[in-house]
Design a protein around this ligand. Structure first.
Ligand code: LLP
Length: 418
């Protein structure tokens, strides 16, 4: 979970580019990603897993910009997708279809059809109804659909309830105790080819034990399946590795993997992982300008030009994300601020009660914004979506243009005059 951001002479730099220069050149708000950090994060997985056959399938949902996908595809990375939109992005970015796993609990027949046509590695099936529809869709094409069943292992990932997915009461996967029956059904279907076993227990998991417990349960099931004559080529443990936003004591990718790999020793199943946040979060920031400094009797507010529609995580999950001025203000007095956006909701904030030295016109940097940032943005309050920039050594490229006002209402129509 590498970051390539550091402070030099009071200036925040990403790789060799000053973030202030990016704000000046491309305007704010904008997301900025480091290509080198993405590459280092991918290599951290590959290195950690080198002792066992593996496939790293980057979870596209965490950041789906096609230049991000392209950078990873170039390294041989696979992809975990959840929609046809993500599939098309991966293909445009040069991703290898045979390294794509398709997750998600509401796949449509059209999505299945396209994924079968391009020859993805595997469908992660989440219900018996989905399995039947997939069998039918494959039959119509005269193809066999490669599948794994996503099981719900009932393991507590000890994370925010909105991003925990592996408990019995969650909507995801098939109860691990019923999985054997579903596998037997799948084995009897003429257009289904069982290739693996899948799971994803949640996100921003900062302990190793939930992964270890999950892997043990998965392998127990794999053994039972084997006894029934169902052999698996892979076991997919999902994503979920936590990153450092504040002062969480997180593990390195290597530490997480070293906890799991001994369980796989001597086994032939390929290990698939689906990391999202741990690949992109610390590779990106959100830059925003201070529009107004507003001092009230109770609080100081830094009103910035980015809002909850651009970065939803603090509002939705009460997520703590670090905020710093991109240039150290030596002559300014440090005060406690709430950093808030212009959206008309009290829930619109990026950070609360932070010690900052700011003045109007300053550029602030919201850290660890590369995952679940732009992808969760919306046009709420009719705010155009922001630009995305990719830094590579001493260069910076626009990888998504700021939305224009024309684009904002594109596709809308006035009613005909009565
Ligand atoms: N695989 C599956 C099936 C998933 O549902 C997810 C994330 C991942 C992999 C990647 O998990 P990661 O490595 O990124 O933790 N918007 C929330 C996070 C939602 C995660 C949803 N699923 C946030 O901003 O915290």
């Amino acid at each position: 979970m590498h970051s390539t951001i550091y402070r030099d002479n009071g200036q925040l730099l990403m790789e060799k580019v000053s973030l202030q220069s990016i704000a000046d050149k491309f305007g704010t708000p904008c997301y900025v990603y480091s290509k080198t950090a993405l590459e280092l994060n991918y290599h951290a997985y590959v290195n950690a897993l080198k002792s066992h056959p593996h496939l790293v399938c980057y979870a596209v949902k965490s950041n789906s910009n096609i230049a991000v996908l392209q950078s990873l595809a170039k390294l041989g990375c696979g992809f975990d997708i959840v929609s046809i939109g993500e599939l098309e992005r991966v293909l445009i970015a040069g991703g290898n279809p045979s390294k794509i796993v398709f997750s998600g609990l509401g796949k449509t027949a059209d999505e299945m059809s396209r994924a079968l046509d391009v020859g993805i590695h595997c469908f992660n099936v989440e219900s018996e109804s989905e399995l039947r529809l997939l069998n039918k869709t494959a039959e119509e094409k005269g193809l066999k659909a490669p599948i794994s069943i996503r099981v719900n292992p009932d393991v507590n990932a000890k994370t925010h309830p909105y991003i925990s997915t592996g408990l019995k009461e969650d909507k995801f996967g098939i109860d691990i105790n019923q999985a054997l029956d579903v596998y037997q059904d799948a084995a009897s279907m003429s257009n289904i080819n069982i290739v693996g076993l899948d799971c994803h227990i949640g996100s921003q998991i900062v302990e190793k034990s939930p992964f270890v417990d999950t892997m043990k349960r998965l392998l127990e099931l794999a053994d039972t399946l084997n006894e029934q004559g169902i052999t698996l080529n892979h076991v997919d443990i999902g994503g979920g590795l936590g990153v450092r936003y504040q002062n969480e004591s997180i593990q390195s990718v290597d530490q997480y993997m070293r906890a799991i790999l001994p369980l796989l020793e001597g086994r032939s199943e390929t290990l698939i992982v689906e990391p999202g946040r741990s690949m992109t979060a610390n590779a990106g920031v959100l830059l925003t300008e201070v529009l107004y400094v507003k001092v009230t009797e109770h609080k100081n507010f830094a009103v910035v030009d980015a809002a909850m529609n651009d970065m939803l995580r603090p509002s939705l999950y009460q997520a703590w994300m670090d905020v710093q001025n991109v240039e150290t203000n030596v002559n300014q007095q440090e005060k406690t601020y709430d950093v808030v956006g212009p959206v008309c909701e009290s829930g619109d904030f990026l950070a609360k009660s932070r010690q900052l030295t700011v003045k109007e016109g300053d550029c602030l940097c919201l850290f660890s914004a590369g995952a679940y940032g732009f992808v969760m943005s919306s046009n709420y309050n009719s705010r155009p979506r922001v630009a995305e920039i990719m830094v590579n050594e001493d260069s910076a490229f626009v990888i998504r243009q700021r939305e224009t006002l024309e684009e904002l209402i594109k596709g809308e129509h006035l009613l005909p005059e009565q």
